[in-house]
Design a protein around this ligand. Structure first.
Ligand code: KMH
Ligand code: ZN
Length: 286
């Protein structure tokens, strides 16, 4: 069972681009390696110590080409010390295709999706699904990624979207493939996974192993009303255009930096501090 009180120092992560949305949805979404690096620097300057990144081709289509991840990494590392967290997620290609950059680029952290489910975008206004797929993350893929990350000194960020996903870590802890300190993300608000309610957040936090670090990933504007509760319960924070385009008042953010500015302001208003890169590295390792 997880202790649930606010942390003195809070890690702020910026999820810069994602794979699903494009500039028709939100003009601030970066596509090219240069654009993603600019957004990473802006997020770092606003207080983010980790940037979570998906690669894209220059026209914005999702890509898992290691050369693109490498270019993004080089451009960011040449300009600031922000910690790199690369995605391994996707719908419709194999885990081997989605994880080539782990051994070739070796980001400090990589996202690891902890279970399968339907994954869709539903429009209540249009009364239809705008996108739907099956998000396949079987145990054999999780095991493959855990071994690959361990061999390459990459820290797994365990992304949990549905009720069973946190407990899916248990067999890997038992096998010794997953060792503390654990870093979980609780994702609320994907249609197909858990909805963004206070009760769902409390239930998920109650399932975490003792001492785990965790952050809330709230999808769409629903992330802002849950921010205080997640900080009260001991969470870290993730914001960014991958998850949500909007500032709390409803205006669309022009950049990831604006979303990070807002998250940092809210953390500080509560009397908590934002973790530096050095402090975040210490959390990641101990
Ligand atoms: N798009 C987020 C809800 C990944 O990158 O593999 C989940 C995510 C997963 O960040
Ligand atoms: Zn992602």
């Amino acid at each position: 069972m997880q202790a649930t009180s606010p942390r003195e120092k809070v890690i702020v992560t910026a999820a810069l681009t994602g794979a699903l949305a494009n500039r028709k949805h939100c003009p601030g979404i970066p596509y090219t390696a240069a654009e993603i690096a600019d957004e990473a620097v802006r997020a770092y300057e606003a207080g983010a110590s980790i940037v979570h990144i998906h690669a894209r081709e220059d026209d914005g289509t999702p890509s898992w080409r290691p050369e693109i991840f490498a270019e993004i990494g080089e451009r960011i590392r040449g300009r600031c010390p922000v910690i790199l967290n690369f995605s391994t997620g996707g719908v419709g290609n194999t885990i081997q295709e989605r994880a080539r950059h782990i051994s070739m680029v070796k980001p400090q952290v990589a996202a690891l999706n902890m279970g399968s489910m339907n994954y869709s975008i539903y429009s209540s206004r249009q009364k239809k699904f705008l996108m739907q797929g099956v998000f396949l993350n079987p145990f054999e893929d999780i095991e493959y990624l855990l071994k690959l990350m361990a061999e390459n000194n990459v820290i797994p960020e365990l992304e949990c979207f549905d009720a069973g996903h946190i407990c899916n870590a248990d067999p890997f802890i038992d096998m010794g493939l997953l060792k503390p300190p654990f870093h979980f993300s609780i994702i609320l608000g994907v249609t197909g996974g858990l909805s963004a309610t206070p009760q769902n957040l409390k239930n998920q936090v109650g399932l975490l192993p003792e001492g785990a670090h965790w952050q809330l990933i709230g999808i769409s504007q629903e992330q802002w009303p849950l921010l205080d509760l997640s900080l009260d319960l001991g969470g870290h924070v993730r914001v960014g255009l991958e998850d949500n385009f909007y500032l709390p008042g409803g205006a669309m953010a022009k950049s990831n930096g604006e979303l990070v500015d807002m998250a940092v302001k809210k953390v500080r208003e509560r009397g908590q501090k934002v973790a530096t890169v050095e402090e975040t590295l210490a959390f990641l390792k101990h």
